[in-house]
Design a protein around this ligand. Structure first.
Ligand code: 13P
Length: 248
């Protein structure tokens, strides 16, 4: 049985004071949460979450990193640096990175590989745009995004990774994929992996992301192939986030 994982993606939000409140609120309500919980925060706050969450049940991570190990890459952050701050997870291939920063499938696969090489766990985001869904090429797009990683790092690498299915049209829009829509893509992802390695497929955590709220989390997380969520806006409110965590 896979354990559910609920991860907050704070995106570019927060301040030292806001984070302090948010983390205090989450920590105070963790008592009856069975799912694994993580927060992925902006780089400058890694020291804060490390200090605050050390020894707690909450893991933490980053939202991006460089594909390079070190060197003359002004403004970039390496996997080893994230490891220094006690990160467990790193989000790679978020649709905002793909769309706004031109990250290709190949670059995402490179980032995924350096995360694993540093002993960290990538949360690999995949998902189609509204146009792609309307063209009925969702599986083609998600399959291609997965293949880039599998071709570079091998299917066995997914034993140390999390996949997040995030339909782009559902992110930050308030329009959530229906449980059936999400389940169908999750089943496709697991089936694709199962075709290569059944044990890896059975153990793979596949999160759903895109306008998850306390009010829809129970039904979404109740689907057989949905193993928790990657939460944006709702992760910035302790009560709402905890309610989603309890759905896991
Ligand atoms: P929202 O939950 O705000 O739709 O964001 C989802 C997301 O992009 C998480 O990575």
């Amino acid at each position: 049985m896979r354990r559910k994982l609920v991860a907050g993606n704070w995106k570019m939000h927060g301040s030292l004071a806001e984070n302090e409140n948010l983390l205090n609120g989450i920590l105070a309500g963790m008592g009856n949460v069975k799912a694994g919980v993580a927060v992925c925060v902006p780089f400058p706050y890694l020291a804060q979450v490390q200090a605050k969450l050390a020894g707690s049940a909450i893991a933490w991570g980053a939202q991006n990193l460089s594909q390079h190990a070190k060197g003359a890459y002004t403004g970039e952050v390496s996997a080893a640096m994230l490891k220094d701050f006690g990160c467990r997870y790193v989000i790679v291939g978020h649709s905002e990175r793909r769309a706004l920063y031109g990250e290709s499938d190949e670059l995402v696969a490179d980032k995924y590989a350096v995360v694993q090489a540093a002993g960290l766990i990538p949360i690999l985001c995949v998902g189609e745009t509204l146009n792609e869904r309307e063209e009925c090429i969702t599986e083609q797009v998600v399959g291609r995004q997965l293949d880039a990683v599998i071709n570079k790092s091998g299917v066995a690498s997914l034993a140390n990774a999390v996949v997040a299915y995030e339909p782009v049209w559902a992110i930050g829009t308030g329009v959530t994929a229906t449980p059936d829509q999400a389940q169908s893509v999750h089943a496709f992802i697991r089936g694709k992996v199962r075709g290569l390695d059944a044990a890896v497929a059975d153990g793979l955590i596949i999160q759903y992301g895109g306008s998850v709220k306390a009010s829809n989390a129970v039904e979404l997380f109740g689907q057989p192939d949905i193993d928790g969520g990657l939460i944006g806006g709702a992760a910035l409110n302790a009560e709402e986030f905890l309610a989603i965590c309890r759905a896991g």
